[in-house]
Design a protein around this ligand. Structure first.
Ligand code: GRG
Length: 279
């Protein structure tokens, strides 16, 4: 990652570092602040924060004004990974190249880390109570909740017993588990830029497309759901090209979003080539 996205990424790292509790939090919460920092810092592509900042710029705003939004989506994402890695869920021992949070700090603390990150996300977003931030809080709550991330996770658990029969069934899971957080990332960028409703609605569609494409590409690279591989590659391509069309009508600086689409197009090409070699 280079250029503008590298700059946005560095801004995000600094903002995450600042928003997380430090060593002085030990008196109030014991090891919890240290475990929260472990779960968030030192790894991760930060793609959702990049979507927030790039969407803010594309809506005509100053990305620096959207950093609280960038932190809030990354905190929700990090919480979901910590809980997803628990033995009762996916039972993963490693995450981002190091022991998963419950392996490093124990299961009970990992549950609390997730709870603390989820609530910190809303604290950070609401720390300046403007009308647009209140809208943003409601958007994030919806995306993180039963209609979004948590609901998608339940559908995924259910799919262990009954495999999705069509690409549409699979996309229903992806919409909640992955795309809801991408969608709200783009929406928060628009809201924190003070964009008008038409622009926020374009960003919403673009964020959802990018999230779905991201998950289809991830599935292709991991050879998950191989029965849908060809269809999923076509769908990812269509989603990315629809996103490019939306990009063309956004009023601000679209360089960041354009770069994100380009990186996904490259990843899709790699996934398709890999799939071709395997068959
Ligand atoms: C437990 C509430 C709850 C939700 C869990 C996030 C999630 C839902 C499950 C994790 C497993 C998974 C493959 C989810 C799909 C979303 C996804 C691709 C997550 C990984 O995101 P990246 O690639 O990870 O952006 P980094 O580490 O780069 O941040």
């Amino acid at each position: 990652m280079e250029g503008l996205l590298a700059e946005y990424r560095a801004m995000t790292e600094r903002a995450l570092e600042e928003a997380l509790p430090g060593e002085s939090g030990r008196d109030l919460a014991g090891v919890l602040p240290e475990a929260m920092r472990y779960a968030v810092l030192g790894g991760g592509k930060r793609i959702r924060p990049l979507v927030v900042l790039s969407s803010c710029a594309a809506a005509g705003g100053d990305p620096g004004e959207a950093l609280d939004g960038a932190c809030s989506v990354e905190f929700v994402h990090a919480y979901s990974l910590v809980h997803d890695d628990l033995p009762a869920m996916d039972d993963d021992d490693f995450r981002r190249g190091k022991p998963s949070c419950h392996k490093a700090y124990g299961e009970a603390t990992a549950i609390l880390v997730g709870d603390a990150l989820l609530t910190l996300a809303f604290e950070v977003l609401a720390r300046k109570p403007t009308a647009n931030r209140i809208r943003a809080v409601a958007e994030l709550a919806r995306a993180a909740g039963w209609r979004g991330l948590v609901g998608g996770q339940q559908l995924d658990l259910d799919a262990t017993d009954a495999r999705p029969e069509t690409l549409d069934d699979l996309e229903r899971i992806h919409l909640g588990k992955t795309a809801a957080l991408f969608e709200v990332s783009a929406v928060l960028g628009g809201l924190l830029a003070g964009a008008e409703d038409g622009v926020v609605s374009d960003l919403r569609q673009l964020g959802r497309n990018v999230g779905l494409a991201f998950q289809h590409i991830d599935d292709l690279l991991d050879a998950d759901h191989p029965q849908f591989a060809e269809e999923a590659a076509q769908r990812a391509e269509a989603l990315l090209s629809a996103s490019r069309e939306i990009l063309g009508r956004l009023p601000g600086d679209t360089e960041g979003l354009g770069e994100i689409l380009y990186l996904l197009e490259l990843r899709l090409a790699t996934a398709v080539a890999q799939e071709g070699e395997a068959t």
